[in-house]
Design a protein around this ligand. Structure first.
Ligand SMILES: [Ca+2]
Ligand SMILES: [Ca+2]
Length: 189
């Protein structure tokens, strides 16, 4: 009695089945794990950062983790609930390219106003660079081996003076061979 956790609500289950390609069995299983690891039902920014940075032991992923958290926290309440967590998992791991690029757009749209500015591109490039281990930075092409240069290169792809809307961002990345690599950091090992 008094067990608040229980099963995932029907409403959330239907929503997630509609918005992800996960099956009901998978969602229910994840919900059980989520409840176990996170009895409050919410992941705080600090918890998220602690988990995320473990994946990058050789560099500083804190800043990037904060941006990722912001992009996952759809309702801006400072925590991730189960629904936001599963949507995030879907977008970043198994999502189709378009869905993934929608997420990338929200990552770069730091102030969430629906447009990306060059300053926002710079801010994310700075965060990406903190995640790249020193020896890997040394191997980067000369026109993308600093946050500023990477931001310049990326910004040129969109060919816009001030700001880039979501559709323009997605099309720009799809049309360019370098863009997908530039908007993220893929550890080499
Ligand atoms: Ca939230
Ligand atoms: Ca913006």
């Amino acid at each position: 009695m008094g067990n608040k956790s229980g099963a995932v609500s029907k409403e959330i289950l239907e929503d997630l089945k509609l918005n992800t390609k996960f099956s009901e069995t998978e969602i229910v299983q994840w919900y059980e794990n989520f409840q176990k690891q996170c009895p409050s039902g919410r992941i705080s920014k600090q918890d998220f950062q602690a988990i995320y940075t473990k994946f990058f032991p050789d560099s500083d992923a804190n800043t990037y983790a904060q941006h990722v958290f912001r992009s996952f926290d759809e309702n801006d309440d400072g925590t991730l609930d189960f629904r936001e967590y599963i949507i995030a998992l879907h977008m970043t791991s198994t999502g189709k390219t378009n869905r993934k690029l929608e997420w990338a757009f929200s990552l770069f749209d730091v102030d969430k106003n629906g447009y990306i500015t060059k300053n926002e591109v710079k801010e994310i490039c700075v965060a990406i660079f903190k995640m790249i281990p020193k020896e890997e930075v040394n191997c980067l092409p000369a026109d993308e081996n600093t946050p500023d240069k990477r931001a310049d290169k990326l910004w040129k792809i969109f060919n816009k003076p001030d700001e880039v809307a979501e559709g323009e961002f997605i099309q720009g990345v799809l049309d360019d061979d370098d863009a997908l690599r530039l908007i993220q950091y893929q550890p080499s090992k």
